[in-house]
Design a protein around this ligand. Structure first.
Ligand code: GLC
Ligand code: GLC
Length: 811
């Protein structure tokens, strides 16, 4: 069952039934000011950091689900309703929500009145702009009472939910003209406030939540709205809100726009006040003035759309698969922007309080984003590297507001450092900017500790070399990519976190084949980089370690039919025939096949066949098999999940593309394509009822074959799945790979594909690529013509910036 449809021309997903199986959301903003908005108007806003600068409040995991948002209430004399159905839940005559590229519109029709709310964050603006368009489609005069609503959060989203003995006494507001200012704590240590305005004189307002709703009423029945009369309440403590009251009379056929601005301001310490205790509103007024008419709002929306035209024009594909094209050209790239902005911090599954930017997560996210805005990727790489320690280890996460390592989340995840090599080389291959390697970058943000970024890559590489176990394989530390395989944890205390509790790694033999494969793949990238910049001595030194690792994997990592997953603390195998549960895992088989280890000896094909046989199912490839059915203290969190969920045999979509890429190494385009389709959201749209989350973005996890409800997905949006699938489809299936010296063309496709076309903008030039596959090949390019001239090999040499060329590829 579907709840809407794609509108590819407008790059929108159109939801036509508000009762989606889960809130289907969108993100507004892509730089500093952000909002999450659900298909019924739920969600919240923040500035840069969802934990430290939360602007509006949200109630997670509530009854009903999705409580709190930017709501409009309409009292038309007959009914009280909301354009998004919620929160009033008055039955609408029609409903439509369109989620587009950083904007959403939600339209409801009731009693002949059409109300359409547009929500977006204009470019370079610290505010969310809302345009509410009201249209009278009847032959009678309509008198409407419009109430807006947002609820202020007391800035720190964590303490906002905890410390009520303080919170209920701090709230302060100011009301001037049609603007409601939220200035809690501004008098003391804060230099920021928020505001909510409307571009019409208001006939009333409320800023005290209890007065607006009535203490025992829900979001669906605010007392003032039901009565059709605001109370002009001024909040002192308790829970400040902002609600404007505007009366609108519409003649038959007439329509009217109201523009609301929800903004954030920072003032210099010595410029905070206009007069005693009256805030300096200059910046707020300037922003409000930029959007004080519907025309100005429309222009800003067009600018946002043009911005996305440009971003999405860097890579476009045309195949015979409409569902594939819309993912590659629109939604997958869009999701990559979102994961770039938020890492794993704020979604409807991540509270915005628990996590900041992940070291490994953000590096991986770059491979899906770097072609869109390389300059921002560059800045991100430096931010990430600045949280590294001199020995190459690093904080697992950092806070976006302070950019400092987050101590509470811990360190010692031994895969972390290698991902910096991926992020950096992906950036240089895309941009050709080698100067980033000379950039001075501190350790642990300590001024004076700066070394070159290249040095950070060296210590990343050496962190693996310096942390090898008795079998010559990398020690896993607190955990490798699989945060839940906690081999040095031995936790028996329910009050302990698996992620941060003491890492009892002294004397441990816990070694990871996942890190081993990762090291070979990105170690080779490091070697290639060293050679490219002429550092041959370092290339040679590094290559020796890689060769040794390949040998160690062949010797101690092969189980006969697949790659072992790890060795535990005591040196026992995990992911081996010898195990009763967890005989085979996806990660080591993904990484060791991507690395092509034992390709000639048939190990790659064999490992991939074992994955097919034991891990594949209707909805994707599960993480391990058989699942763990009891708690193994020596494995940790992984065995705490019921079978079929999360890291315990869930379809952890993030690592499915590792197998897809592994299949392309083996040249099996049919398998790669089959796996790709299984978890690709546009291909599961028809089973939205089961799948549950948005059909336009990837989810982190789909319940696996051992779960109670296989095929049900969770944790949409913020997942490495976005970048990895984009990387797998564009670089390994379509096979358009940026390299230091040009674009390499190496498709690996299903034999029934007759070909495809790609337009790729690369380092300022445009490549119009046409791939033809008349003989049903899966891999292998037989000739490439550039502007009619045959080239040697499969790397298209760089064109001068501004040039464009035609590339004909015959498979
Ligand atoms: C809070 C604290 C209490 C303290 C009081 C005055 O109520 O719980 O310990 O004495 O504030 O600061
Ligand atoms: C989550 C984390 C990621 C980790 C993965 C597997 O997606 O964000 O860092 O690698 O889970 O545990």
């Amino acid at each position: 069952m579907k709840y809407g449809h794609f509108d590819d021309n407008r790059r929108e997903y159109v939801i036509t039934n508000p009762r989606t199986p889960w809130p289907w959301i969108n993100y507004l903003g892509n730089e500093d000011f952000f909002s999450l908005v659900s298909n019924t108007g739920g969600g919240y806003s923040f500035y840069k950091d969802a934990k430290f600068r939360r602007i509006t409040r949200y109630r997670y995991n509530n009854v009903p689900m999705d409580s709190g948002g930017k709501y409009f209430y309409i009292n038309d004399g007959e009914s009280v309703w909301s354009p998004g159905w919620k929160p009033c839940k008055t039955e609408l005559d029609s409903y439509e929500c369109r989620h587009g590229m950083n904007y959403s519109t939600i339209k409801g029709v009731k009693n002949g009145v059409e109300a359409e709310a547009l929500y977006f964050v204009p470019l370079k603006t610290w505010a969310e702009v809302q345009k509410l368009t009201l249209r009278n489609t009847t032959n009678e005069v309509k008198k409407l009472k419009i109430f807006s609503f947002v609820e202020w959060c007391l800035w720190n989203a964590a303490t906002d939910m905890e410390n009520f003995q303080r919170n209920f006494s701090t709230g302060e507001v100011e009301i001037e003209d049609s603007v409601i200012y939220h200035k809690t704590e501004y008098k003391e240590r804060r230099d920021h406030f928020a505001y909510y305005s409307v571009n019409e004189p208001m006939q009333g307002f409320d800023t005290d939540r209890e007065t607006f709703f009535g203490l025992y009423n829900g979001f669906d029945e605010p007392q003032t709205v039901l009565e059709g009369a605001p109370r002009n309440s001024e909040a002192h403590g308790w829970s400040p809100i902002a609600s404007h009251y505007v009366e609108v009379t519409l003649q038959p056929g007439e329509s009217k726009d109201l523009v609301y601005v929800l903004g954030y301001v920072e003032n210099a310490q010595d410029d905070k006040w206009e007069s005693k205790n009256i805030i300096n509103k200059t910046k707020a007024k300037a922003t409000i003035a930029r959007f004080d008419t519907a025309e100005k709002v429309d222009v800003a929306l067009e600018e946002l759309k043009a911005y996305w035209d440009k971003l999405l024009n860097v890579f476009t594909v045309k195949t015979s698969e409409e569902k594939l094209d819309r993912m590659v050209n629109i939604w997958n790239q869009y999701q990559c922007m979102i994961t770039f902005c938020f890492s794993r911090s704020a979604s409807f599954f991540e509270s915005g309080i628990g996590r900041g930017m992940g070291f490994r997560d953000s590096n991986q996210d770059l491979v899906g984003f770097v072609h869109q805005i390389p300059e921002r990727a560059r800045e991100r790489i430096i931010d990430i590297a600045s949280t590294q320690f001199p020995d190459g280890g690093c904080y697992h996460q950092y806070q976006p507001l302070t950019k400092k390592g987050n101590n509470e989340i811990g360190q010692g995840f031994n895969d972390d450092p290698m991902w910096l090599i991926l992020g950096t080389t992906a950036y240089i291959k895309e941009s050709g900017d080698f100067t980033i390697l000379d950039e001075p970058v501190p350790f642990d943000n300590e001024a004076g500790s700066e070394v070159s970024l290249f040095h950070h890559l060296t210590v990343s590489f050496d962190h693996v070399v310096n942390n090898l176990g008795p079998l010559g394989l990398p020690l896993s530390g607190r955990a490798d990519w699989n945060d839940c395989l906690n081999l040095n944890c031995f936790s028996n205390d329910p009050n302990e976190s698996f992620q941060t509790t003491e890492n009892k790694s002294e004397g441990s033999q816990a070694q990871s084949l996942m890190i081993a494969g990762l090291f070979v793949v990105y170690g080779r990238d490091y070697v290639e980089l060293c050679k490219t910049i002429g550092n041959f001595a370092e290339a040679e030194r590094a290559q020796k370690h890689i060769d040794a690792m390949v040998e160690a994997i062949k010797l101690n990592g092969w189980d006969g039919d697949w790659f072992i997953r790890a060795y535990d603390y005591f040196g026992n195998k995990i992911g081996s025939k010898e195990n009763e549960e967890g005989k085979i895992f996806i990660e080591s088989n993904g990484w060791c096949t991507m690395a092509g280890i034992g390709l000639e000896e048939g190990m790659v094909a064999k490992a991939l066949d074992s994955v097919k046989e034991r891990l594949d199912c209707e909805h994707g490839i599960v993480l391990n098999n058989p699942p763990f059915t009891k708690y193994y203290i020596e494995y940790g969190e992984i065995s705490s999940y019921p079978p079929g969920y999360k890291e315990n045999a869930g379809i952890f979509c993030h690592n499915n593309p590792w197998i897809i890429i592994g299949e392309t190494v083996q040249g099996r385009g049919d398998r790669a394509w089959e796996y790709f389709r299984k978890i690709c959201p546009s291909y599961t749209e028809e089973i939205s009822e089961l799948h549950k989350v948005e059909p336009y973005v990837y989810a982190q996890m789909i319940a696996g074959k051992d779960a109670f409800k296989p095929g049900e997905a969770k944790n949409s949006w913020l997942t490495g799945t976005a970048a990895w699938n984009y990387y797998a489809i564009t670089q390994y299936i379509l096979g358009i790979q940026p390299t230091y010296t040009g674009l390499r063309i190496e498709p690996c496709i299903a034999p029934e594909w007759k070909g495809f076309q790609v337009t790729r903008k690369f380092r300022g030039a445009t490549y119009e690529i046409e791939v033809r596959n008349p003989n049903g090949a899966m891999k292998g390019v037989s000739s490439i013509l550039v502007d009619g001239k045959r080239i040697e090999g499969n790397i298209i040499p760089l064109m001068p910036a501004g040039a464009s060329c035609k590339v004909e590829v015959l498979m």
